[in-house]
Design a protein around this ligand. Structure first.
Ligand code: ZN
Length: 468
């Protein structure tokens, strides 16, 4: 999340709550006003919890804790600007800051605004009643409303909330549980047509710790907002936010049903999917992720598949396959006008899925691609750990059985050699690699002997590691 989204998620629940209390207002328009007036919560006035540029007027607002002096620019009807120094309301916190806005508007002069139900209608009526002097006020606020799709907060929806037992253990042994109740609906409809089981990785558009993101979501009042089954941060820490048997609020989109892939909306996907938010170390356009985060993503996906009886992930970056048995990984951008999961993860999703499948396929033996002089397993080139001449010379039993037949030696290496931790090339000694690289031994790559060869092929050969 960027600071804009963070501010929106923070202030929206208060606006929704006070709107219900006062019985008027259009949530999207009021969030837009707060964004614009407070520069997304970063302005001087916002530091006094005055998010709406509320000037002091005697007997108008009762929930303030005093006033402060500050300047602002006002616009004359001829378009020119002038500066004023005046007193502004000061509030104790965001909650009373929002309450103050409603008290401020709750007078006879704004009767017309109180009858409005659309953001344009509401803002126009406020402007006509003298709320703001800027000539382009309505236009400017509406730009914010549209950019952040704020009208989603105008819809009334009260799904059945599921209250998570705080003592419940995480579903994944790789995760720490920080549950949220509010954006968690029971049950998730697993293995039900048309979506089947799907995993949807997302990008958080921010770089907070997984726990901070989870606690932030969990701290929001019950209202519309965000959650995901898992959150992974840039250090690779995994937090579980919503139980796997519940629906998380992650993928809901703004693309109409008839234009969604196979007419399956983002919210419908949420009812079927397990969602994973991954933190970013850069912002747009690439939204890069750390190696630790990607590593955790792979490990978590393997774990989810194993526990949910999924033997293979299928992904071909083709949104036409959403909801078919041909694809069980999907991208948020297919359902919403968003970049999610960002270019970096979107471009690497096929590689992530291939790696996950490699783990899932390691037992009992990796799928063998016909040799033909190359040593490929599941798309990875193992020639750096396998040299048929070396292999035959090193092991007399193999030389007796296969001579110098490279295809047969390679088949033995795949079927038995790696499981027996045999050395396939002068360049790579698996026992030395294991003994000198405890981080590999402690990772899922260290779960079986084959994993050490794979780790060296994928990463180790490019890194300063002891390997022979
Ligand atoms: Zn997303």
């Amino acid at each position: 999340m960027g600071i804009q989204e963070e501010f929106i998620f923070k202030i929206q629940p208060y606006i929704t709550a006070w709107k219900k209390q006062f019985g008027f207002g259009v949530v999207s328009a009021i969030i837009g006003q707060a964004c614009l007036e407070s520069a997304y919560g970063t302005s001087e006035k916002a530091s006094y919890n005055n998010y709406f540029g509320l000037k002091y007027k005697p007997n108008r607002v009762t929930c303030s804790i005093g006033t402060f002096s500050d300047t602002s620019y006002e616009q004359r009807t001829d378009g020119s600007y002038y500066q004023i120094t005046t007193s502004w309301y000061m509030f104790a916190d965001m909650n009373t800051g929002v309450e103050g806005y409603f008290q401020f508007i709750n007078t006879g002069g704004y009767t017309e605004a109180k009858n409005q139900t659309t953001p344009e209608g509401y803002l126009t009526a406020l402007k006509n009643a003298g709320y703001a002097s800027s000539k382009k006020y309505v236009e400017n606020v509406m730009r914010v409303v549209n950019t952040y799709n704020l009208t989603q907060f105008d819809e009334e929806e009260t799904p059945m909330r599921y209250h998570v037992d705080p003592n419940r253990k995480p579903d994944s042994p790789l995760a720490k549980a920080v549950w949220t109740d509010h954006y968690c609906t029971y049950p998730r409809q697993t293995k039900k047509k048309p979506c089947e089981f799907t995993i949807i990785p997302h990008c958080t558009a921010g770089n907070s710790s997984a726990e901070a993101t989870a606690r932030y979501w969990a701290s929001l009042p019950e209202s519309k907002g965000a959650s995901s089954h898992y959150i992974i941060d840039s250090k690779g820490v995994i937090v579980q936010n919503v139980p796997e048997d519940c629906r998380a609020w992650t993928t809901g989109g703004d693309i109409p049903k008839e234009k969604c892939p196979n007419h399956i909306t983002g919210s419908e996907m949420d009812h079927q999917a397990i969602t994973i938010e991954v933190a970013n170390i850069t912002r747009e356009p690439d939204w890069c992720m750390s190696a630790e985060a990607i590593n955790s993503l792979v490990n978590l996906m393997v774990d989810i598949c194993k526990r949910n009886g999924i033997s293979c992930l299928k992904y071909s970056a083709n949104k036409a396959l959403v909801g078919t048995p041909e694809q069980n990984v999907a991208a948020h951008r297919w359902f919403a006008r968003k970049q999610c999961p960002g270019n970096f993860l979107y471009d690497n999703l096929a590689a992530v899925v291939t790696t996950v499948n490699l783990y899932l396929g390691t037992s009992p033996a990796p799928a063998l691609v016909p040799c033909n002089g190359s040593y490929i397993i599941n798309g990875l080139d193992y020639s750096v750990v396998f040299d048929p001449v070396y292999y035959s010379d090193k092991y007399s039993d193999l030389k007796a059985a296969f001579g110098t037949n490279a295809d047969l030696l390679w088949k033995h290496f795949c079927d038995f050699g790696m499981n027996e931790f045999r050395q396939g090339s002068a360049n790579f000694n698996p026992q030395v690699y294991k003994d000198n690289n405890p981080d590999v031994a402690n990772s899922p790559y260290g779960e079986d002997n084959f994993g050490y060869y794979t780790h060296f092929v994928q990463f180790g050969q490019y890194e300063p590691r002891v390997h022979n």
